[in-house]
Write a protein of this length. Structure first.
Length: 79
């Protein structure tokens, strides 16, 4: 199963820094996470950048394989 990793406000909203999700694409993985953790995470995810296996991804329809890692990076204050 793909892994979601959360940082900063995303980890706080999810109550964890990572979890496994059963999903075939990035959008599906995020939908599972929002269903589990609620509207606070939905808000954070909406404003976050996403990395897929270390590469910036903008197409949330991008397919996921079982070993993939999606990192949810909310906007950070400072430099």
């Amino acid at each position: 199963m793909p892994t979601l990793r959360y940082f900063a406000a995303a980890a706080e909203a999810a109550g964890t820094d990572q979890e496994l999700v059963a999903a075939s694409d990035v959008a599906g993985a995020l939908a599972v996470a929002v269903q589990r953790h609620g509207p606070r995470l939905a808000h954070v995810v909406q404003h976050s950048s996403l990395l897929l296996d270390g590469r910036y991804v903008t197409d949330r329809g991008t397919a996921l394989a079982d070993a993939d890692v999606v990192e949810v990076l909310p906007p950070f204050a400072g430099g």
